[in-house]
Write a protein that binds this ligand. Structure first.
Ligand code: G3H
Ligand code: 13P
Ligand code: NA
Ligand code: ZN
Length: 328
């Protein structure tokens, strides 16, 4: 059944687990997410970005998620809009049937320029008002995602700040988090603790200086009833980088957010963990390998089913590590 995010996150808090929120753009991702969830009986959050809607078309995306609900009626599914750039975008998503929206007011409407606290609180508060009136949950974001050492926002096109960021912008303060939750009444709070979108998060395995799980603990202590969201939380599996590069790809040395660090966050209030890049890497690796090993094949179902299998293994591993097994 389609459920609101609030329902799932409250359940996760009550039982001390976290939910991966996977981005979805196509049938193969949707199948991987649902087949894995079905296998371990995990609840599901699927999220669609503006880029996803541009790629698949809003009606296709909507029906893809509704098809998942139809095929797996015993799995609760949240249909979440990722990184809404304005209240209008969130409103349109609600009209499309989304059960949850993210108003990302940490950046201005261009999705590039960091905004003021006042702007962020005002647009988020407005979205909370009209969303709650129709039973839709809202995620807000305070702080700007970026690498604490380099000030780079990350590589994703369309989502992420432009230009160098300051250390203060990229590390959410406890005071801002408390004030923002009080001013907006969001259901879930995304914070910045050193992660960023895309594959190029860290140039070496992250230490506690660049990945500030300690800040999550401080924010959770100050806001024990707030559901914390970690964006940019792909782990960038080294085994998939190796496969991609072995079969003609060219991705430089790079590191993501270790699963055990996310698990530490989950012990301290993290309830939603956004993952897109890991599924992209697994799917690219699976296609590259299949193409190289089967040069005469041309039925797309042959290589696309390999992407489903590869992505499904990542989904399974995250459901298991984050404690979602049996929680559906
Ligand atoms: O937050 C970023 C997500 O990974 C979505 O990326 O805008 O390329 O669909 P996208
Ligand atoms: P990754 O790029 O680390 O997968 O993050 C995805 C994300 O935060 C989507 O909102
Ligand atoms: Na989101
Ligand atoms: Zn994000």
């Amino acid at each position: 059944a389609l459920v609101s995010m609030r329902q799932l996150l409250d359940h996760a808090a009550e039982h001390g687990y976290g939910l991966p929120a996977f981005n979805v753009n196509n049938l193969e991702q949707m199948r991987a997410i649902m087949e894995a969830a079905d296998q371990v009986n995990a609840p599901v959050i699927v999220q669609a970005s503006a880029g996803a809607r541009k790629y698949a078309g809003a009606p296709f995306l909507r029906h893809l998620i509704l098809a998942a609900v139809e095929e797996f009626p015993h799995i609760p599914v949240v249909m979440h809009q990722d990184h809404g750039a304005s209240p209008d975008v969130c409103q349109r998503s609600i009209q499309l049937g989304f059960s949850s929206v993210m108003m990302d007011g940490s950046l201005q409407e261009d999705g590039k320029t960091p905004s003021s606290y006042e702007y962020n609180a005002e647009v988020t508060r407005r979205v909370v008002q009209f969303s709650h009136a129709c039973g839709v949950s809202v995620e807000g974001e305070i702080g700007v995602l970026g690498n604490l050492e380099t000030g780079e926002a990350g590589e994703e096109d369309g989502v992420g700040a432009e230009g160098k960021l300051s250390h203060d912008q990229m590390l959410t303060s406890v005071a801002d988090a408390v004030r923002f939750v009080r001013d907006t009444n969001v259901d879930a709070l995304a914070i910045a603790v050193g992660t960023s979108h895309g594959a190029y998060k860290f140039t070496r395995p992250p230490t506690g200086e660049v990945l500030r799980i300690d800040r999550i603990k401080e924010i959770h202590a100050a806001l024990p009833n707030t559901h914390i969201v970690m964006h940019g939380s792909s782990s960038v599996p080294q085994e998939w980088l190796k496969i991609i590069n072995e079969f003609g790809g060219d991705i430089g040395e790079t590191y993501g957010v270790p699963v055990e660090e996310i698990v530490e966050g989950i012990k301290h209030g993290v309830r939603k963990v956004n993952i897109d890049t890991d599924l992209r890497l697994a799917s690219t690796g699976a296609i590259r390998r299949f193409m190289a090993q089967h040069p005469s094949e041309f039925d797309p179902r042959k290589y696309l089913s390999k992407t489903v299998e590869a992505m499904k293994q990542i989904c399974l591993a995250r459901y298991q590590a984050f404690g979602c097994e049996g929680m559906a």
